[in-house]
Ligand binder design. Structure first.
Ligand SMILES: [Zn+2]
Length: 336
């Protein structure tokens, strides 16, 4: 090999080497660039991932929050619903509790307020005498002409003004009351009958039915010591020997079955309660009009008044109608 040839070859080598170095350097540059780019993109990706993760976390958080909220809402709604149903149930129970006793109250207690507790054993007697003074046993009634006023005289009224007022009311009241039939064992609970507090009201009712004799309906009540009057009422502080609270004597024209005068005596008047006086007065005035005693022990006209409802009954009203229409009997017959 000649030297020239060797040098040339070397040069060639060197060139090649330089070229390789260049390529390598180029390559290195290129790869560094790539690495840088990769690192950059990696970083971007990481950031993106972090962002994604963050937003995901937020989303999860939000979901949890929403879940929590909706749970709260649901439980709120359930609570409201529970409250609502509870309210309805309670209202139902309360209403049932009110309505049932209320209807029972209404059914049971019509007229219950008219019960009087202190009447017990007010005993009454009555007697009919003819003009000769003999005791007779027959039916009697007043004979009036239309428009006649009956004169009633409370002979000792001035001595007992408060008692006189009670007596007047028992004669002149037109007030009516309604009482459940079950309280007087006359009928089922929920059915009622009318009762009269005074004879004026009861007789007005009686006179609605046409009768052969006029039923007295108009009364003039006075207080005169003279003793005059169709019906006289004496108030005595004495006790009756037979423990009567009241006594009525009617003087009659027995040929006509006509009452000429009726005399009532109320005994032991100082010791009578207002209810007892009212009761005995209602009862005795029934005799003064011609009624005998009642077949019903719970009626006002029972011989011994034991009822706690001592008012003038429809049965008494009917008895007056019968008596003044020629039924020829004065007993008060009450059907139960
Ligand atoms: Zn009697």
């Amino acid at each position: 090999m000649n030297p020239e040839q060797t040098t040339e070859e070397n040069d060639h080598h060197i060139r090649e080497l330089k070229q390789k170095i260049n390529i390598l350097s180029e390559l290195e540059n290129h790869s560094t660039d790539k690495v840088n780019k990769l690192q950059e993109s990696n970083k971007n990706l990481k950031e993106k991932l972090q962002q994604k993760s963050l937003s995901l976390k937020e989303t999860v958080q939000e979901k949890i929050f929403l879940d929590e909220m909706s749970k709260n809402e649901i439980s709120k709604i359930q609570a409201i619903r529970k409250k609502y149903y509870l309210t309805i149930a309670v209202a139902g129970i309360v209403l049932a509790g009110v309505i049932v006793p209320y209807s029972l109250y209404v059914v049971t207690l019509v007229g219950e307020e008219y019960r009087v507790q202190d009447v017990e054993l007010v005993t009454s007697g009555y007697v009919i005498q003819n003009l000769k003074g003999d005791t007779i046993d027959t039916w009697l009634s007043w004979r009036l002409v239309e428009g006649d006023i009956m004169h009633v005289n409370i002979v000792d009224g001035h001595k007992f003004p408060e008692k006189a007022e009670i007596i007047k009311n028992a004669i002149l009241s037109t007030e009516t009351i309604e009482i459940d039939n079950s309280l007087l064992h006359k009928g089922p609970k929920g059915t009622t009958s009318v009762y009269y507090l005074g004879w004026a009201g009861a007789l007005e009712k009686s006179s609605e039915t046409p009768t052969s004799f006029f039923i007295p309906t108009k009364f003039d009540v006075t207080e005169s010591a003279s003793g005059a009057g169709d019906i006289t009422i004496r108030l005595s502080t004495d006790r009756s020997g037979d423990a009567y609270s009241g006594w009525t004597k009617s003087i009659a024209d027995e040929t006509q079955n006509q009452i000429l005068k009726s005399e009532i005596i109320i005994y032991d008047v100082d010791n009578l309660t207002d209810n007892q006086l009212t009761t005995i007065m209602r009862h005795e005035f029934g005799h003064a009009l011609g009624l005998a005693h009642s077949s019903d022990p719970e009626d006002l006209m029972a011989p011994t008044v034991t009822t706690e409802f001592p008012y003038i009954s429809e049965c008494d009203v009917d008895a007056i109608v019968g008596l003044y229409d020629g039924a020829k009997k004065s007993e008060v017959i009450c059907e139960k």
